[in-house]
Design a protein around this ligand. Structure first.
Ligand code: DOR
Ligand code: ZN
Length: 424
């Protein structure tokens, strides 16, 4: 199939391209970028007024299948990804059974194949994510996992974690690290501070995240493993990563729209809908996260898309599960919070959501280079719209952003040359 995208502004941060160009796609790959291209017989997509950018690469998504299909399935999660402009995603292994062996990796990939979204399941670090026995890293790598993680149930046994880092380093696999000390956070619902005080609940302290980041940065430095800190939420956490990078430790990190947009106050207004791990923090933390995105201490924006059922999320705050969906709102929230606010140029927002996360996992994605997979999105960066959870294609409706007005909307999502989403 031949597709000619005409009249758009092409942003390809990996090649420092930002200009009005046509994009010609042939047989699923980028064949040519140029001005006034004419290709007889090609299907033409009019992109005037739109940005053409690499398909988004979201390296932190919970698809829930196998085991929790009431929350989400691979099919519904991938539909939400396509609608949000995500063409490649890393699926977290806290499924049931956990994604701790090649068979489950294959099952998730097989379910994803017909969706057109490139799904890369991450492998669990420990068998059943129980934190006791390491999985077979080599077998998981051979099955195609891009990284290892026990996200959702972070490893607390340091001897085991050190051994995991050594093994991961040997195979060139990054470790995606949810940092919160389990004893300090237990199953608490909100940030320790104003939120916990006013609600009279025990809280999850910032130091529980920061200590574990510090600990794991030190282990990364000692073992030489690539440790990637998941969903960073505190200012001091960002400082630790910034300082470690300055000493050339192999550490990278990500954050999510909720951490540069919302504060712990949201739990007073929205209760369990604003419950997430790590929790929403203070205004000072929000500002520090924004500063980290601006100065490069933070490498990527991900969603931590964590669907739960309406029934689960309607429980009282202390009993409801943590997590919020994000795939259908992440580009708009990032454009609104980071670009329209004047903090970052458009190309940097695009990079944080595509080229940069792809590069840190060594994926051949996130750019519009010649001969690369034609994974791209066309979006209107300015279009104002109001988030409506009832319109989500994800099974999860658990967003704290319902009824919020944002700017920036995906019009087309193209994966390997096929249009997998088109706004109606
Ligand atoms: O809020 C969260 N929800 N944080 C996690 O680390 C896991 C996730 C989930 O699986 O629901
Ligand atoms: Zn996590």
């Amino acid at each position: 199939m031949q597709l000619l995208i005409k009249g758009g502004r092409v942003i390809d941060p990996a090649h420092s391209i930002d200009g009005h160009l046509d994009v010609y796609i042939e047989d699923g790959t980028i064949a040519r970028l140029g001005t006034d291209l004419h290709v007889p017989g090609a299907q033409i997509l009019d992109a005037s007024g739109l940005i053409a950018a690499p398909g988004l690469v979201d390296i932190h998504v919970h698809l829930r299948e196998p085991g929790f299909e009431a929350k989400e399935t691979v099919a519904t999660g991938c539909a939400a990804a396509a609608k949000g402009g995500v063409t490649t995603l890393v699926a977290m292994p806290n499924t049931r059974p956990a994604t701790d062996c090649p068979e489950i990796v294959a099952l998730v990939r097989d379910k994803a194949a017909p969706t057109g979204v490139n799904v890369l399941p991450a492998g669990a670090v420990t068998v059943g994510q129980k934190g006791q026995e390491l999985t077979d890293f080599a077998a998981l790598k051979a099955a195609g996992v891009p990284a290892l993680t026990d996200d959702g149930v972070p490893i607390q046994n340091l001897a085991l974690l050190r051994q995991a880092m050594r093994g991961a380093k040997k195979l060139g696999l990054p470790l995606l690290d949810h940092c919160e000390d389990r004893d300090m956070v237990q199953n608490y619902a909100v940030n320790e501070g104003e939120a916990s005080r006013k609600l009279g609940l025990p809280g999850r302290p910032a130091i529980a995240e920061e200590l574990q980041i510090m600990r794991d940065v030190m282990l990364a430095e000692e073992t030489g493993a690539h440790v990637h800190i998941c969903h960073i939420s505190t200012g001091k956490g960002v400082d630790i990563v910034r300082q470690a990078k300055a000493r050339s430790v192999r550490v990278t990190c990500e954050t999510c729209p909720q951490y540069f947009t919302l504060t712990e106050d949201e739990v007073f207004r929205q209760g369990a809908m604003a419950r997430v791990n790590p929790p929403l923090r203070t205004q000072a933390d929000v500002e520090a996260i924004r500063a980290g995105l601006a100065d490069g201490a933070i490498d990527a924006i991900v969603t931590d898309h964590a669907p739960h059922t309406a029934g689960e999320k309607s429980k009282p705050l202390p009993d409801a599960p943590s997590g919020m969906v994000g795939l259908e709102t992440s580009l708009a929230l990032s454009l609104t919070g980071l670009y329209h606010s004047g903090l970052l140029p458009l190309s940097r927002v695009v990079s944080l959501m595509s080229a940069s996360p792809a590069a840190l996992l060594g994926l051949d994605k996130g750019t519009l280079g010649m001969g690369r997979d034609a994974d791209l999105i066309l979006f209107d960066p300015n279009l104002e719209w109001t988030i409506d959870k009832e319109k989500f294609v994800s099974k999860g409706r658990n967003t704290p952003f319902h009824a919020r007005t944002v700017r920036g909307k995906v019009k087309y999502t193209i994966s390997q040359g096929n249009i997998i989403y088109q706004e109606d």
